[in-house]
Design a protein around this ligand. Sequence first.
Ligand SMILES: [Zn+2]
Length: 144
Amino acid sequence: MGDSECVFCAIVHRGAAASIIHEDDTALAFMDHRPVTPGHLLVIPKAHAVGLEDLDERAGAQVWLVAHRLGRALRRSGLRCEGVNLFLADGEAAFQEVFHVHLHVFPRFTGDSFRLDADWRLRDRGELDRSAEALRLGMSRLDC
Ligand SMILES: [Zn+2]
């Protein structure tokens, strides 16, 4: 999918409607049109990037900064907010559905409908050390 077919790029260029909260040179924040809780918003880089692999690190830092600020703003908004989740899905297997990187920010409260089901069992040190070694290898293979 090129930029011209991307719904989030269309929002950046005002070719699609959105309830915009914040805009700066790098990032745009707007309401998710299918909120898991009232106040659920998305922060995106204005320059098209599919995911973490092609996202400029400085743009990613700005996306995080805006999400951090808006997470704090949620608690002062009057919307029900007892907690906040920041959630980024990178890749189809991670439940990414729109292939323009986006960071979800949404308020949480007791009894809301959001669930994250996983196997949270404790793992032995050997397994954790092997994973850490794999990650150090991955870091050494980054070209930045
Ligand atoms: Zn896009």
